[in-house]
Design a protein around this ligand. Structure first.
Ligand code: PGA
Length: 248
């Protein structure tokens, strides 16, 4: 069985100082947990390099929350995959629904970002998930197809240069809401994602669930077949809940 992976998406919840303090106070206890689980911390851009330095001697990995679709150039406010890699990132989240929602990020844009990550040997964590209205209209699979298949096609084209990709299924309506989908629905969705990934590329994949993960539901979510780990927002910014989730 693949080692479980826990991705902490700190979003803009922790400031630079708070992110550094989190590591200074908690590195040792996280290192213990990272002996047999993969832990990826995704702070905001300014804290990336400092956190990467603080974790340098540890098994804890660092990820970014997004990346530019361009390799370099006059793109104010953007950060290239090359810079992320040089700053110590080995993972990067793309397609998060916050960006799809607030920045109108399109599937095409996310596919360009994926190519940049592949070029720079950064493991992509590709977020997919349907908004509430589509869930209610039972259009989940249609939305997931649109979000997933283009990326899998790109991965297939770059098989020789990739060892791993991660798909995070995060129903938009579950994020930050205290609601998670029923386990049987999740089991079907993860089975389908796993089948599609295996069918469309031979690159190894891991599947993770995100959306209102907490210490009370982590064990049940991790028990679902094909769920290899969790993407955790709010609950990853408090060490007690984060530790409890990883130990679930
Ligand atoms: P949440 O966020 O755990 O706070 O719901 C998850 C995410 O948006 O990645």
């Amino acid at each position: 069985m693949a080692q479980q992976i826990f991705v902490a998406n700190w979003k803009m919840q922790l400031s630079f100082d708070q992110s550094c303090s989190f590591i200074q106070y908690n590195l040792e206890s996280l290192e213990q947990l990272a002996l047999n689980k993969t832990i990826v911390l995704c702070p905001s851009f300014p804290a990336l390099h400092t956190i990467a330095m603080l974790c340098e001697q540890s098994p804890i990995a660092i990820g970014a929350q997004t990346v530019s679709r361009h390799p370099f150039g006059p793109y104010t406010g953007e950060v290239s995959a090359q810079s992320l890699s040089e700053a110590g990132c080995t993972y990067c989240i793309i397609g998060h629904s916050d960006l799809r929602q607030y920045n109108h990020e399109s599937n095409i844009n996310i596919e360009h970002k994926l190519k940049e990550l592949i070029k720079n040997n950064i493991i992509p964590i590709i977020c997919i998930g349907e908004p509430q209205e589509h869930y209610e209209q039972q259009k989940t699979y249609q939305i997931l197809e649109e979000q997933l298949f283009g990326n899998l096609e790109i991965i297939k084209q770059h098989e020789e240069n990739m060892s791993l990709f991660i798909i995070a299924y995060e129903p938009v309506w579950a994020i930050g809401s205290n609601n998670t989908p029923p386990t049987n629905i999740l089991a079907d969705i993860f089975k389908w994602i796993d089948q599609e990934c295996s069918k469309r590329t031979k690159v190894h994949h891991l599947l993770i669930y995100g959306g209102s993960v907490n210490q009370n539901n982590a064990k049940e979510l991790l028990a679902i077949e094909h769920v290899n780990g969790l993407l955790i927002g709010r609950a990853s910014t408090e060490i007690e809940s984060f530790r409890a989730i990883i130990s679930a």
